[in-house]
Design a protein around this ligand. Sequence first.
Ligand code: PHE
Length: 342
Amino acid sequence: MKSRIEALLQEIATLEIPTPDALEQFRIQYLGKKGILAALFVDFKEVPGPEKKETGLLLNQLKQAAEQKIESLREVLEAQQAQQVEIPDLSRPAGGHEAGSRHPVSLVMNQMIGIFQRLGFNLSDGPEIVDDWHNFGALNFDEDHPARDMQDTFFLSNPEGWLLRTHTSSVQVQEMMKGQLPLRAIMPGRVYRNETISARAHCQFHQIEGLYIAEDASFADLKQTLYSFVREMFGPDSKVRFRPSYFPFTEISAEMDVSCFICGGEGCAVCKQTGWVEILGCGMVDPQVLINCGIDPEKYQGYAFGIGVERMAMLKYGIRDLRLFFENDARFLKQFHLGLGL
Ligand code: PHE
């Protein structure tokens, strides 16, 4: 019996067990109810008296060796498994990178900028935080004009009375006050209004305003410029119409509609069955605004226009909810690619 036990001890010492399943089998084989050790303990009863002590010690040694083997192998195998989870397969081929796409507002804005640049307009930029003079005062807004009201304007709480610009006309003032004439520029940028957010209104949006000041600027020039813009933007068959309007900084003032490019003027949901879609405000710069900015209205005239970029993008792509532009939902944003003719 002693030699059998010694042989088993030898076997345990050199045994290699590669998986948790094999380890469980080993445990049952040695320590299970019908296992090797149980059988040896039965045989042990038959061992003659003088050999009992030595055989008993060996037998216990075998039991301990089996238990220790199981314990240490379990730790090793568990550690191996944990490592397999942590170490990724470095030989795997790399996953594809999703190409980003431009925001629809950027796409439309860039297209609009491109058209006006081809018509000879320069790009002007200005700060989004401005003083009352640049946003309102120079532009003939009366002290009690409703647009100055807290309802519409985000005022900053500093003593100088700064505010978030409500239109990029603030850049028009900045450019006119530089006094470098003639002046032909567009001012793209973000503007802010304290509006309740809905499908049609947001507290932030983008505008492109345009300004032309020269000795011979006329309303006919304004019409032709905007007509050229619309034909490039919405197609050569587009028609425009002007309706009288009011802005504190232009005289005369107009709003311009474009013939509905969805239904071709026959009437649909986008044009609310009228065949026309309103896209911008415009007019001849009020002489008082020129005076406010240090320009002689006897010598110079100017025209100006302002276009909402989100509105153009909504019309162009058939988007019904303005909020989508600012939510950064990748499912929405992924749909717009440079390939859309932009
Ligand atoms: N500044 C005007 C607005 O934000 C738009 C506009 C610009 C109208 C220039 C006429 C001329 O509503």
